[in-house]
Design a protein around this ligand. Structure first.
Ligand SMILES: Nc1ncnc2c1ncn2[C@@H]1O[C@H](COP(=O)(O)OP(=O)(O)OP(=O)(O)O)[C@@H](O)[C@H]1O
Length: 336
């Protein structure tokens, strides 16, 4: 099966007006015509298989939105080749639009003054969907996202969380094979985020919809996307899953041992002591596949152990460690 999406050496350069620093520099830039070129996307290559859910991550200005806009046909790459469902997105824009879905967290695609159901109906007409199939899809999404009470309300009266649920349904109603979501949980509270994440994971698994998600919230990516593509300064720095990233960075699982009272220092094979504070001791687990049972067997027998807990390293911590690493040149763990 050919990949559903393929990016080969994609580059997008923007021209930006040169601006020297200070007030004088700002004034000068009004009259001079000098420009700089920046590579917002710089030689990016990857393939997506149908049914994958991929997180496209990076700090501010890393080039995420630019890549999403190229994949959806809004922008034209400066160099390289992009193919989505076998088409070049900006060339076959109309055909492409019929088979993809888009959600831009910062921009509504619903009709602001109309009831939600009108936007859904309009989508049915635009995509020429048979009434029966449209109703079936709508019922499925309305039930899953609990939208019944929202359908007749004007979009402008909805809360952000309610509106986002409707935006996602609008993007999915016409059965797209691949959906691009740019910051789908931005500004939502914890409960609303959870609903959106679970829903997206479900339609990925149940309906096989391929997802490409950008987010600054690592919990989104953890909950929705098994695969991560990490970019910075326009370059793809990592392509793999979270556990590969953890291993690569050397961020290990931890075990927390709780004793009934403080204990003398002890060492355990394959564990490295991180902290011993009164009756609580933390070790890092240096061997990836070491089980809890094996750890318990290795502990000195005479210790007054009360509780034991395995802890995964916090994902935000892992990502911070990744972007905080000093890299003389891009670290390519692509396809790790
Ligand atoms: N239309 C444009 N003209 C010139 N430069 C642009 C344009 N759009 C984006 N850029 C620049 O390209 C780079 C990448 O921007 P982009 O919006 O793709 O990043 P991003 O990763 O989506 O950032 P954020 O997380 O802040 O949304 C930035 O340096 C930005 O200033």
């Amino acid at each position: 099966m050919p990949p559903i999406l393929s990016a080969k050496h994609v580059v997008k350069r923007y021209r930006q007006r040169k601006q020297a620093s200070g007030l004088f520099g700002a004034l000068k830039s009004f009259v001079s015509s000098g420009t700089d070129e920046i590579a917002a996307v710089d030689d990016i290559s990857f393939d997506l298989e149908a049914g994958e859910a991929v997180g496209y991550l990076g700090p501010n200005g890393a080039g995420k939105s630019t890549m999403i806009k190229m994949m959806t046909g809004i922008l034209v790459p400066t160099h390289g080749h992009l193919s989505v469902l076998g088409r070049v997105p900006h060339v076959d824009r109309m055909k492409n639009t019929r088979e993809i879905g888009t959600v831009f967290g910062q921009r509504s695609q619903l009709w602001w003054d109309l009831p939600v159901s009108e936007s859904f109906d309009l989508s049915r007409h635009i995509y020429g969907m048979p009434e029966g199939h449209f109703r079936k899809n709508l019922d499925y999404f309305v039930t899953l996202l609990d939208l019944n009470d929202l359908l007749l309300r004007p979009v402008r009266n909805l809360s952000l969380g309610q509106r986002m649920r409707c935006e996602i349904v609008l993007a999915l109603l016409h059965d797209p094979k691949i959906v691009f979501l740019d910051e789908p949980t931005i500004g939502l509270d914890v409960v609303a985020k959870d609903i959106v994440r679970k829903f997206l994971r479900r339609i990925n698994l149940e309906r096989g919809v391929t997802l490409v998600v950008t987010s600054h919230d690592m919990q989104d990516i953890e909950a929705i996307c098994p695969r991560l593509l990490m970019v910075d300064n326009g370059k793809l720095l990592f392509d793999g899953d979270l556990s590969q990233l953890r291993n690569h960075l050397g961020t290990h699982r931890r075990v927390k041992l709780q004793f009934s009272h403080s204990v003398p220092a002890f060492s355990v094979v394959d564990l490295q002591l991180i902290e011993a504070k009164e009756s609580t001791v933390y070790f890092e687990i240096l061997r990836e596949n070491l089980s809890l049972l094996q750890i318990l067997e290795r502990l000195p027998k005479d210790l007054p152990l009360e509780d034991v807990r395995l802890e995964e390293p916090d994902t935000d911590e892992v990502i911070r460690a990744f972007y905080g690493m000093s890299r003389p040149e891009p670290l390519r763990v692509v396809g790790a």
